[in-house]
Design a protein. Structure first.
Length: 330
């Protein structure tokens, strides 16, 4: 696996060698074709976890390093994955599209998820599918979510939830034909030194309310104010959704505006192409998307997404039968 010198400067960005890509393809097809059941079944996930250990050593090593320390950008792009071996249908264009059937992409995502922790999903979000499509949907262009095509503001995935994902994985199956759509990431590790003492004190204060998305069906449930930053002051976690986090004081409003400005200043943009897997450390990195113009003709950008929980046990009370799907309560 050779080091990549392409479009971003994240220290963990890497490209599979041809030999490693071929091995990944063989293992993924074996998992997809010989494992009974469907990717959402616990037996299928168990088979993916076992197959993880067969993947190339270089790939497993860099993912283990990333899990331990995601670096200054809190994001990793793995390039050269063998998705070109798939016979892709037209890009889906319906809301809530997911991947329920065995496929090469599902095998890759669930194997990698097993190396970072465990795959997880939320029942109210796309029916709790472990592999979800990220595609533009007609009529939802202005939607602040994966179905939209307007500028998607920076956010931690499911920021309102106590058991939000630790990692978000996005595998590109088909690129935006116009090359405009790009994943944007910004890490608090790069933003922290740019913030004033006053702004930092405010971000550590419980003066921000993050609302759940309507899809979770929690109605008008009151969410108590919480801080944006938590943990070690030298390397804090971040919990914010620019579109859904509301300040409860004037100083909190100013701190949130400042934070957003610095996200924009430090952001990296990843215009993913087929075979590229972006992994975002959701604990320290926010992500968003540039705007683009969908065609809705079957050639639009198509990513598949899987969430990872590094400590599945913590959410046990929300997972019926010790499965991989969490309920709505945060």
């Amino acid at each position: 696996m050779a080091a990549n010198t392409g479009r971003t400067t994240a220290p963990y960005d890497t490209t599979l060698t041809g030999q490693d890509a071929q091995l990944v393809e063989e293992i993924a097809w074996k998992l997809a074709n010989r494992t009974s059941g469907l990717p959402d079944d616990p037996e299928w996930v168990a088979a993916a976890r076992n197959s993880w250990h067969e993947l190339p050593v270089a790939l497993r090593r860099i993912l283990a390093e990333f899990r331990r320390d995601s670096g200054p950008q809190g994001a990793l792009v793995v390039r050269g994955l063998p998705v070109e071996a798939m016979e892709l249908p037209p890009t889906p264009s319906v809301n809530g599209s997911v991947q329920r059937e065995p496929s090469l992409a599902a095998a890759i995502l669930l194997m990698v998820a097993s190396g970072l922790g465990d795959p997880g999903a939320f029942r109210p979000e796309k029916g709790g599918a472990l592999v979800q499509d990220v595609v533009p949907v007609p009529g939802m262009e202005e939607f602040q979510g994966n179905a939209g095509s307007t500028l998607l503001t920076f956010h931690n995935e499911n920021a309102f939830h106590e058991h939000r994902p630790d990692f978000v994985m996005l595998l590109c199956l088909r690129a935006d034909p116009e090359g405009r759509a790009g994943l944007r990431t910004s890490c608090i590790r790069q933003v922290l030194p740019l913030l004033s003492e006053g702004t930092l004190r405010t971000l550590w204060a419980a003066e921000f309310v993050t609302a759940p998305p309507p899809s979770f069906g929690l109605g008008d449930v009151e969410t108590p104010p919480a801080p944006v930053l938590s943990g070690d002051p030298r390397d804090p976690d971040i919990r914010v959704d620019i579109a859904a986090t509301s300040p409860v004081t004037e100083r909190a409003a100013e701190a949130l505006r400042t934070l957003q400005d610095h996200f924009d200043r430090t952001a990296a943009t990843h215009r993913l192409v087929p075979g590229e897997l972006a992994i975002v450390d959701n604990r320290v990195t926010v992500h968003g998307r540039t705007e683009f113009t969908p065609r809705y003709d079957g050639t639009d950008r198509w990513l598949q997404r899987t969430f990872v929980l590094s400590d599945l046990r913590r959410s046990r009370a929300l997972r019926p039968a010790d499965g991989y799907v969490l309920g709505a309560a945060g």
